[in-house]
Design a protein around this ligand. Sequence first.
Ligand code: NAD
Ligand code: UDP
Length: 318
Amino acid sequence: MRTWTRKRVLVTGGAGFLGSHLCDRLLAEGNDVLCVDNLFSGNRDNIVHLLRNPNFEFMRHDVTFPLYLEVDEIYNLACPASPVHYQHDPVQTTKTNVHGAINMLGLAKRVKARILQASTSEVYGDPEQHPQSETYWGHVNPIGLRACYDEGKRCAETLFFDYYRQHRLTVKVVRIFNTYGPRMHPNDGRVVSNFIVQALKNEPITVYGDGAQTRSFCFVDDLITGMIAFMKTPDDFPGPMNLGNDREFTILELAQKVIALTGSSSRLVLKSLPSDDPKQRRPDLTLARTRLDWEPRVQLDEGLVATIAHFKQLFQSG
Ligand code: NAD
Ligand code: UDP
């Protein structure tokens, strides 16, 4: 029998970049938050400011193993997100996506919790449709180096929709496009953190390929607002729903912006393009705009300034 009045929210991957911002926001909205993380790519520093909060609890746990808890809502974010991290142990990445989804869906079914899955634009692979709308089925190499992540996330989506249809679970599947901001791991190899760290150290900026490939970068605050709004939508709306920012930049344009905003003397060096690196990516945000009355508000320059300030502080504090 339920004996608590505040909503109890489980955030898996809560010590990671996005998860820690989500924990902050959920606590600020008056929820009790349980953060579950195995600290593979996340960091205690991301949540250290929350450890004394009586409404926050941290549990070190790997989601590939079952978990028995009583909660009202689950945000399933556990999974390394950067190519360097998810390709480090690709079998574990697939297990985290698939076994993790099965375990969290089983938990949600037992306690009748609603559950949100952090899926990804990577389900579209190297897209042949541009911009990408939710109706596009994608163009993914099932045996490439990125497949542990892309196919793992696709299989997780399958599981979420089968639990929705078969067990009438309330699910929300959000496809997150490249998101950046404070608390990104400085060494996780993602383009925004790489370029800022390199620029602040006046080291060469590593542009992969010719830098003509595109991405659309969303500031973390906008993404968290959208995720929480999506969780609050009616039970019969599982998504999938794209969230991100639909301003598109080439990687070269990003490098030039970072150099200008840091005042760095770094020069650009061209490196080989990683395999299966998508050539272009931009979300069609029509669905999110219509259903959530949501809009990505932070422009790239503004978000980069905040992220640069974070990394400067990190390096100053040693
Ligand atoms: P992150 O690596 O900072 O966070 C992931 C967290 O999950 C880490 O704290 C990590 O330790 C934890 N984790 C990994 N495997 C685990 C396991 N087996 N059990 C428990 N915890 C585990 O990455 P992020 O950018 O914060 O991404 C969070 C989620 O959002 C991921 O699921 C990712 O796929 C998704 N996503 C992120 C982006 C982005 O641009 N940041 C884009 C698309 C999707
Ligand atoms: N990239 C780059 N230099 C780097 C890191 C990444 O040119 O130091 C490129 C990468 O090849 C890709 C884009 O930036 O085309 C985004 O890479 P990231 O790993 O951030 O995300 P994803 O490829 O998953 O979108």
